[in-house]
Design a protein around this ligand. Structure first.
Ligand code: ADP
Ligand code: ZN
Length: 629
């Protein structure tokens, strides 16, 4: 980029944004954070995942003289960001333990020669002799130090990394002080204060953007049969948008294996990730997902830190996570490119117990005193309670999330399942009584489908063969629809009239509360989704919800064909160059190309996401000529 002192900071920012990244506009919070750094001020940027923190330090880095160091906690994160920069035509490198000694020395040598504008460093490296020799070399000028994932300095956070404390000692070793920038998605006040104190930011510009991710649709579901629900969900998504990427989070390795197996058996392109796999396999599976060789990642929460894949269209939590912080972070891996995406949580009472168990048996805090440990346990229990409330609220889910993070909201977003579902409070004594009696009368325990079949008077072999038509409740609820019955059974489980066992084929059993109810029935009222309202709500999110307008989904049929062709071209390039497809061009950019149909360089450069460098590299191949149709 040509240095030009007469250009204002703003002009330089906008030029750099377009030239390297192909974007026309800054997003909320980006301008003040970039400007402050260019004026030589420290900054603290708190922005949700996907808001575009990386550009906040990358763009000033490209404009300033000298080198920018970016401290980043994870190898995968560095690798991803550096390849994105290289794709955009920026000379960047990373220094971490994935390099051999020879590669490392070579990289330092090139860095000393001024080859790189931006260097990503693992915090552990900062204190090593070889790195210090480089950093204190008189010919080297580090003008800006950006601390990514800055919450890692805080012991309050979940991701505390002692090596982050080395940043300060490192700064002391320099004979001058670079501008210091700290960036995080963690908003809690104690973490924020820790960052300011520990990194000793000087008169920083603090920018906190809203936590709302309005492209994300939130839903909580309580399926009686989660596997079936998941498979039909994935099928639906695949039909809507073939080739779509999604993440399924499970609470245990065992479940990851099971769910992965089920999806594979159902014919989906799926891979897995958990701490029980070898490093090699984890890396391979992660790459398969990022490079679009596999569409679905089934994983424990070990997966995701440092995954920048921007086109994840849905995140399903197969189990409820331990707190809202984790949920927000994991669900937030959907839709980082700003396109409509879905965050679905499957709730099941058992998940509360499992999480409770993890809290009670947490071995992480061995070095703490009993009192401290108790305090942490108490805090974690409270967080778990808040998470559980999320699953039960009938209010706007977005409102609940924002409120949890201390933000105001209108209370109606129109883009979550609760906002789109009509609830009604109904008395369900008759149904509940029949269900409980039906279960009590059986001499054997059965799963939900059989109970539903008995109540509805089904005449299939399973029922007749087991003489279940002899059950006194046989056919008693013939008039109630299957989904409605399932919904009521599920509510009875949630309210602990019934329990559903943990076995491979879960069966229903009466709880004490259910037995008591049969002795002395009283009124049971439940807030139930109006019949079919949920299905209708889901259709609405696909078609009508105006907030959820995706560029890809709004393509005409003819343009969609072009889009598919362009995707194929992108895939070829990605495989050849060994980069993730979304780093070549995002889906959104491809969709814009499909609808705008640029025929030359000038038209192509008008497309958001196409900068000079990308044009030079790939532009020609994506021009929409006649023959592409
Ligand atoms: P974060 O680090 O805050 O989670 P990223 O920096 O990874 O977010 O950015 C998320 C996505 O948004 C990336 O694909 C990035 O290219 C894109 N992005 C960032 N800033 C802009 C912008 N001003 N206009 C359009 N897209 C942007
Ligand atoms: Zn809502």
């Amino acid at each position: 980029m040509v240095e030009n002192n007469r250009m204002t900071n703003n002009e330089q920012i906008m030029n750099t944004l377009k030239h390297y990244f192909g974007y026309e506009e800054l997003r909320g919070g980006q301008a003040p954070l970039m400007n402050a750094v260019l004026e030589g001020r420290d900054v603290l940027g708190i922005m949700p995942t996907g808001a575009g923190k990386s550009l906040c330090f990358q763009i000033p880095a490209l404009i300033m003289e000298g080198i920018t160091l970016v401290i980043s906690p994870l190898i995968s994160l560095m690798k991803d960001q550096v390849s994105a920069l290289n794709q955009a035509g920026v000379h960047a490198a990373f220094l971490n333990s994935s390099l051999s000694a020879v590669q490392y020395q070579k990289a330092l040598e090139l860095a000393r020669m001024g080859k790189y504008k931006i260097i990503y460093v693992a915090p552990e490296r900062l204190e090593t002799e070889s790195f210090l020799r480089f950093a204190t070399d008189p010919a080297v000028r580090i003008s800006f130090l950006a601390v990514d994932e800055a919450h890692c300095v805080s012991q309050w956070g979940q991701d505390f990394r002692p090596s982050y404390l080395k940043i300060l000692t490192f700064l002391e070793r320099l004979s001058y002080r670079p501008v210091l920038g700290a960036y995080t998605a963690t908003a809690t006040l104690d973490v924020r204060e820790d960052i300011l104190d520990i990194l000793m930011l000087q008169n920083p510009e603090i920018v906190l953007t809203g936590f709302d991710r309005d492209n994300l649709f939130y839903a909580v579901k309580k399926p009686v049969d989660k596997k079936r629900e998941l498979i039909s969900y994935v099928k639906k998504k695949e039909a809507e948008m073939p080739g779509i990427s999604g993440i399924i989070y499970c609470i245990s390795r065992k479940l990851v294996e099971e769910v992965c197996y089920d999806l594979r058996t159902a014919g989906f392109s799926v891979t897995r990730y958990h701490a029980g796999l070898s490093d090699t396999e984890r890396r391979e599976n992660q790459e398969d997902f990022i490079y679009d060789r596999k569409q679905i990642m089934v994983a424990t929460n070990a997966f995701g830190m440092g995954i920048d894949k921007s086109d994840v269209r849905y995140v399903v939590h197969y189990n409820m996570p331990k707190n809202m912080e984790s949920y927000y972070q994991e669900a937030g891996r959907a839709g980082r490119d700003g396109e409509p995406s879905e965050c679905i949580l499957y709730y099941e009472p058992r998940d509360v117990r499992t999480n409770q168990f993890f809290i009670d048996h947490n071995e992480d805090n061995q070095e703490l005193s009993d009192a401290e440990r108790q305090m942490i346990q108490e805090r974690d229990r409270e967080r778990l309670r808040q998470m559980t409330f999320y699953c039960f609220t009938n209010e706007c889910l977005r409102h609940y999330i924002l409120n949890y993070f201390g933000e105001k909201s209108t209370g109606y977003c129109g883009n979550c399942l609760n906002c789109l579902t009509e609830y009604e409070e109904v008395a369900i004594d008759e149904e509940a009584g029949a269900i409980l009696r039906c279960i009590r009368a059986n001499s054997w325990n059965y799963g939900v489908s059989i109970i539903v079949d008995i109540l509805r008077g089904a005449k299939n072999q399973k029922i007749l063969g087991k003489h279940l038509d002899q059950n006194p409740m046989y056919g008693k609820l013939e008039a109630v629809t299957v989904p409605r019955l399932r919904q009521i059974i599920q509510e009875l489980v949630l309210q602990e009239y019934l329990v559903q066992t943990d076995e491979q084929y879960p069966v229903l059993k009466l709880e004490q509360k259910g037995k008591d109810y049969l002795e002395s029935p009283n009124e049971i009222r439940m807030k139930l989704a109006k019949e079919r309202a949920e299905e209708k709500a889901e259709k609405k999110t696909v078609k009508k919800s105006k907030r959820a307008k995706s560029v890809v989904a709004s393509l005409s049929e003819a343009d969609e064909k072009i889009f598919e062709k362009l995707r194929a071209i992108r895939w070829e390039i990605a495989q050849k160059e060994h980069v993730p497809p979304y780093l070549v061009f995002s889906d959104k950019t491809l969709a814009l190309i499909s609808s705008e149909k640029p025929k030359n360089r000038e038209e192509m450069l008008k497309i958001s996401g196409v900068g000079e460098v990308k044009w030079e590299k790939y532009g020609e191949q994506f021009l929409v000529k006649e023959d592409i149709k």
